[in-house]
Design a protein around this ligand. Structure first.
Ligand code: C5P
Ligand code: MG
Length: 159
């Protein structure tokens, strides 16, 4: 019988001047970027946690502590690829990834395809299995005021 697992991921980082805005490994032109120890790719981080969650393998900080100098400015696709490898080692197939980035500006919809392609490539799955959505926070709260950005992800595994 097929075993189905789901995993949930969420991340938030501050927005700051002089930082790149990297989402799913794709650099989006923006006045403000995401602050963090690594490249602060909230989308890659949320999906990494969702993968780890579905396989009950802890969380991103357990595998890649943000106190470790090795991960300073790290490309977060490395974390994502590593998590995908861990779930595959346990014979899981990545059936689907759905995600939402919540960011007030800039508009992201023109970057949906390249972001999906980057994630699909990193996860070694078909493009059709990767969904990326965008929302504003309607001007409300820290995300709405442009002080931070968030990402949510849900991953379905089968085995
Ligand atoms: O948040 P809101 O409902 O106003 O978003 C409407 C649409 O705008 C979204 O469905 C998405 O396609 C797009 N969007 C975007 N970039 C953002 C936020 C929203 O392209 N940063
Ligand atoms: Mg993060």
């Amino acid at each position: 019988m097929t075993e189905i697992r789901t995993g949930l991921g969420w991340d938030v980082h501050r927005l700051a001047a002089g930082r790149p805005l990297i989402l799913g490994g794709v650099t989006v032109p923006s006045e403000l970027g995401l602050e963090g120890h690594s490249d602060a790719d909230i989308l890659a981080h949320a999906i990494t946690d969702a993968l780890l969650g579905a396989a009950a393998l802890g969380d991103i900080g357990m595998h890649f502590p943000d106190t470790d100098p090795r991960w300073k400015d790290a490309n977060s696709l490395r974390f994502l690829g590593h998590a995908a490898g861990l779930v595959r080692e346990r014979r899981f197939k990545i059936a689907h990834v759905d995600s939402t980035v919540i960011l007030e500006r800039p508009k992201l919809k023109d970057y949906r395809q390249p972001i999906r392609e980057s994630l699909a490539r990193t996860l070694s799955i078909d493009l059709e299995r990767v969904s990326v959505k965008f929302k504003t926070a309607e001007g409300v709260g820290p995300v709405g005021e442009g002080r931070s950005a968030e990402a949510q992800a849900i991953v379905t595994l089968s085995r």
